[in-house]
Design a protein around this ligand. Structure first.
Ligand code: ADP
Ligand code: MG
Length: 625
């Protein structure tokens, strides 16, 4: 008995987009349905490893009926129960759907629909780009659950019904729209399959007419795809298009553009072959750890085992995707037990080294591409500096930073930094902050600029965390320029003298700014600005404090060190006013204004901007009188 159910709102929106789509490349609906069929067979085949009665002649069949104007895609894979149909096809559990709809709505007609469909994993619904009605019959493999029929015209609701299907697997019948009759042509169907699904590991069969010698016609099964596992083939024999379609099949980055395809063939202790890809563009969900797929696909002797094998790839390389095909892992054990196999560690070690060395090659040979790549994925790669004790030296060779001497958006390597160091420079200097514009104007850079030393700009939130354990590179120590004590032999005497000469001023500032700063002192750090704020060696830097506050987290309030420039005329003038007994209220205003200026320069918000503005107005009016 048929039962009608409503689609979830999101699905309805999605279907509206599909039904009315004017997108040019509708061919990809077949890629999606064949991919689903292959996934379903992967699952059934995996179960048949432990229950051999389930083994069968795995196959995906396509059937064209020109009279009825239907195209049918049938697999003998895992199938679905009635509940599974409702869950998988009637609702969309995946959170990507919302983003998909949003992305389409934003990009409108210019959006590349096929790229987006792949990226967001909403493949089944693409059938409605070409079909006015879809009928799905399915029976769950290895179960007594009755077969079910699902049908829909994509307009708001779908019907669930009994089905007379007896074989395990799924059959999807598309009633083609008038403008989609091209998909009734054998040549068109075989062209699409060869283009997008050639590497699918099961035969995709199309019964095809054959004209015999005596002019009679017979129908014969024709296998459309070569089924060659692309990772087992010689790189020289793989075309660009083949790499591209395999990449789009593998990655959840959407699209077919990758930066580099990397083949590996390991022999010895653990024998495996791999095909890995470095991506070009970050997907929308790169930094959402829950949604982002991680790991590599694992095959054992060409048999698909699992999709997201985390054991094969460290987290900080999660932007890479690919396939590993091992010849010495055991086939007939459960995935859970398999994942504890020490051979996986060996493979991960090899894959990690390979990816790092390939990135290094890119850096050396195609700098521009690597810089673009690093802009997208550098934040993630840098996690490895902290988490991968074994490879962190190698990762140091391939991370990039902007610096005081680079133009915005251009990078240098640590090696380039060290090579450019003047002889008098002993350490590697860096400044942390949340963006280039904030760190580039910091008064703390003045001294280094005057000395001709470069300062690395560390403006990713992760840098702060990484620098807690990154101490040295090529035997040079990393030193933050806005933290802790400033050591400089040349200005030592001058600083000491200023401290004595202006001791009254220092005391006055200390009392006035008591709530805000822990120490007031002179230093040789400044050459242009009158003053700046410095972080105590152990305290949280100001941009991290802001970050935590933005996340509504409790942060310990850390008072900063207020440093003064001994040579600045303003300091001397201030001191004179103080000694001449100027009105204490006015002096306090001077002190607060200086402090607020220093806050502005480090990019921190003012405690009381209104008060600051009115003080400035007052000071200006007096000066202009
Ligand atoms: P995805 O393949 O990314 O999960 P789809 O929209 O293509 O998204 O498919 C949705 C779900 O429907 C699949 O995850 C699967 O559970 C189910 N499904 C689709 N086609 C088949 C099929 N031929 N056999 C079994 N299950 C299927
Ligand atoms: Mg799919």
């Amino acid at each position: 008995m048929a039962e009608t159910r409503e689609f979830k709102t999101e699905v309805q929106q999605l279907l509206q987009l599909m039904i009315h789509s004017l997108y040019s490349n509708r061919d990809i609906f077949l890629r999606e349905l064949v991919a689903n069929a292959a996934d379903a067979i992967d699952k059934a085949r995996f179960e048949s490893l432990t229950d051999t009665t389930l083994a069968r002649d795995w196959q995906i069949r396509l059937n064209i009926d020109k009279e009825a104007k239907t195209l049918t895609i049938t697999d003998n894979g895992i199938g679905m129960t009635s509940d599974e149909v409702a869950a998988n096809i009637g609702t969309i559990a995946k959170s990507g759907t919302k983003e998909f709809i949003k992305a389409l709505a934003e990009k409108g007609e210019t959006a590349d629909m096929p790229e987006l469909i792949g990226q967001f994993g909403v493949g089944f619904y693409s059938a409605f780009m070409v079909a006015s009605k879809v009928e799905l019959n399915t029976k769950k493999s290895g179960s007594d659950a009755p077969a079910v029929c699902w049908r829909s015209t994509g307009e708001g609701s779908y019907e669930l019904d009994c089905s007379d299907r007896t074989e395990p697997g799924t059959e999807i019948k598309l009633f083609l729209k008038d403008d989609a009759e091209i998909y009734l042509e054998e040549w068109k169907i075989s062209e699409i399959v060869r283009k997008y699904s050639d590497f699918i590991a099961y035969p995709v069969v199309l019964p095809s007419k054959k004209v015999n010698e005596d002019k009679t016609e017979t129908v014969e099964d024709r296998v459309l795809n070569s089924q060659k596992a692309i990772w087992l083939r010689k790189p020289s024999e793989i075309t660009d298009d083949e790499y591209k379609s395999f990449y789009s099949h593998l990655s959840n980055y959407g699209g077919t553009e990758y930066l580099k395809a990397i083949h590996m063939a390991a022999e010895g202790a653990s024998e495996f072959k791999a095909l890995l890809f470095l991506p070009k563009q970050a997907p929308f969900n790169l930094l959402m750890p829950d949604i982002q797929k991680k790991g590599l696909q694992l095959y054992i002797k060409r048999m698909f085992i699992t999709d997201e094998c985390k054991e094969l790839l460290p987290d900080y390389l999660r932007f890479a995707c690919g396939v590993v095909d091992s010849s010495d892992l055991p086939l007939n054990v459960s995935r859970e037990i398999l994942q504890q196999n020490p051979l996986l560690d060996k493979i991960r070690t090899a894959v990690t080294s390979k990816l790092i060395s390939e990135m290094k090659k890119l850096l050396e040979n195609s700098r521009e591409d690597y810089e673009k790549f690093f802009t997208e994925f550098g934040k993630i790669l840098k996690e490895g500096l902290h988490t991968d004790r074994i490879n962190c030296e190698k990762i140091k060779d391939i991370v990039l930073y902007e610096s005081m001497n680079t133009p915005a958006g251009k990078f240098i390597t640590l090696k380039e930094y060290v090579e450019a160091m003047p002889e008098s420079q002993k350490d590697i200097y860096f400044i942390t902050g949340d963006k280039r514009s904030a760190v580039a104007s910091s008064p703390a850079l003045e001294y280094y600029r005057s000395k001709g030393y470069d300062v690395l700009f560390m403006t990713d939130p992760i840098d702060e965390w990484v620098m807690q354990t990154m101490f040295q590179y090529l035997q040079k120590s990393f030193k933050p320029v806005t933290k802790g004590d400033f050591e400089d032999k040349e200005s030592e005497d001058k600083v000491k003298a200023a401290g004595e000469k202006y001791s009254k001023l220092v005391d006055f500032l200390k009392t006035t700014l008591e709530d805000k700063v822990s120490v007031v002192r002179f230093s040789g750090r400044l050459t242009e600005s009158p003053c700046c704020l410095i972080v105590d060696g152990s305290a949280l830097p100001p941009h991290m404090e802001r970050l935590f506050k933005a996340m509504h987290q409790e942060v310990p309030v850390s008072k900063r060190i207020f440093e003064l420039n001994c040579d600045h005329p303003l300091i001397d003038a201030f001191n004179t006013k103080l000694e001449n007994g100027e009105n204490p209220e006015t002096l306090k205003k001077f002190a607060n204004t200086l402090y607020n200026q220093a806050l502005l320069l480090e990019g921190s918000p003012l405690d009381n901007p209104v008060e600051f503005a009115s003080t400035i107005t007052e000071l200006l009016s007096n000066a202009l009188k």
